[in-house]
Design a binder for this molecule. Structure first.
Ligand code: PEP
Ligand code: MN
Length: 338
């Protein structure tokens, strides 16, 4: 349930509404919009009896029922788009945000080479995993903590903002000291202790869609991060598992307009993990931009044939330059009023 207060309602009215709701053992969250202030009720309540208590309070204009199980992530509560700011750059404000880099950090030299190339090509964010969630325990598991220092030094040298995945609650405090955006991967989308933990830090969170997750389950996971106090969530569609075998996953591009309608959170698309094959990455990236994604996450490696993980889906440096030229042109075209 959300309580909409009249435009210009004084602070005291907002406080009174909060007091009455919290007096019923519920929690509240206040969203101050450009025109109205909204108080969101969090918790399980009997709608009608609560509404009877709130209706007569000064400043109350309307009481609405949020139709979805996600509240803080819903557009009903937060009609304006959320814009996430990272190191002076924005995600969700209209400009295409491109996160590019290797699947995993393999060495400092390799990361720096990729970073310089993607920056010159127009990317503003560098990805590179150091904790690799691998299907096999015998595959390369990442450089772990040692990789954080490499990421930080490459940021220093290139000015790119760093995005890296955390796979465990215990790694969050350390990662939060080094990186600009914390990624929660597909395999951990429903790791609720991890979501609550990243929600308590001030770093933006890139939340990938689970490979078997519905859009609603994904938004409920975002809700965990928001409810823990972190408003900076960026959603990332990375393909879901279907019966199709010619691609690693099936990129669900319909998630972009669906999420844009249901939620105020920015959404980016990862065509690399969706396709699982570099031949399809640029086409899917362009499709993502065309359907309104706020950004892209793309895997890039100087020599994909020798990559320690996900080489098959990684673009080489030249391939990434071509992708950037195409998506930049498309993105500008779509933003130029006719
Ligand atoms: C990744 O981005 O490094 C990754 C492992 O992707 P996903 O969680 O989408 O599989
Ligand atoms: Mn990968």
């Amino acid at each position: 349930m959300i309580v909409v207060l009249r435009a210009g309602a004084p602070e005291a009215d907002v406080e009174r509404v909060k007091e009455v709701i919290e007096g019923q053992g519920l929690r509240t969250r206040v969203v101050v919009g450009e025109v109205k202030t909204i108080v969101c009720v969090l918790g399980v309540s009997d709608r009608d009896s609560l509404a009877r208590l709130i209706e007569p309070l000064p400043g109350v204009e309307q009481i609405l029922t949020v139709l979805h199980p996600f509240k803080l992530a819903s557009r009903e509560l937060h009609p304006e788009d959320t814009v996430v700011t990272v190191g002076g750059r924005t995600i969700g404000a209209g400009e295409l945000a491109v996160i590019a880099g290797p699947c995993a950090v393999e060495s400092e030299e390799m990361l720096l080479e990729v970073a310089e190339t993607v920056r010159e090509a127009g990317a503003h964010f560098l990805r590179g995993a150091i904790f690799k969630p691998r299907t096999s325990p015998y595959s390369f598991q990442g450089l772990k903590e040692r990789g954080l220092e490499i990421l930080a030094r490459v940021r220093e040298r290139t000015g790119l903002a760093i995005v890296t995945e955390v796979t465990s609650v215990v790694d969050v405090p350390m990662a939060a000291q080094y990186v600009d955006v914390i990624q929660v991967g597909a395999r951990n989308m429903q790791n609720y202790p991890l979501l609550e933990t990243v929600g308590r830090f001030s770093r933006p969170v890139l939340l990938k869609r689970g490979m078997m997750a519905s859009i609603e389950e994904w938004l409920m996971s975002a809700e965990y991060v928001l409810d823990a106090g972190n408003p900076a969530v960026i959603l990332c569609e990375r393909g879901i598992r279907t019966f199709e075998t010619y691609t690693r996953n099936t990129l669900d591009l319909s998630a972009v307009p669906v999420v844009k309608r249901l939620s105020h959170l920015p959404i980016i698309v990862d065509p690399s993990h969706a396709a699982g094959d570099r031949h399809y990455v640029t086409a899917l990236a362009k499709a993502a931009v065309a359907c309104g994604a706020d950004g892209l996450m793309v895997e890039v490696h100087p020599d994909p044939s020798r990559a320690l993980s996900d080489g098959k889906q990684s673009l080489d440096l030249e391939g990434f330059r071509r992708l950037m030229a195409e998506v930049t042109m498309l993105s500008k075209m779509l933003r130029t009023p006719a």
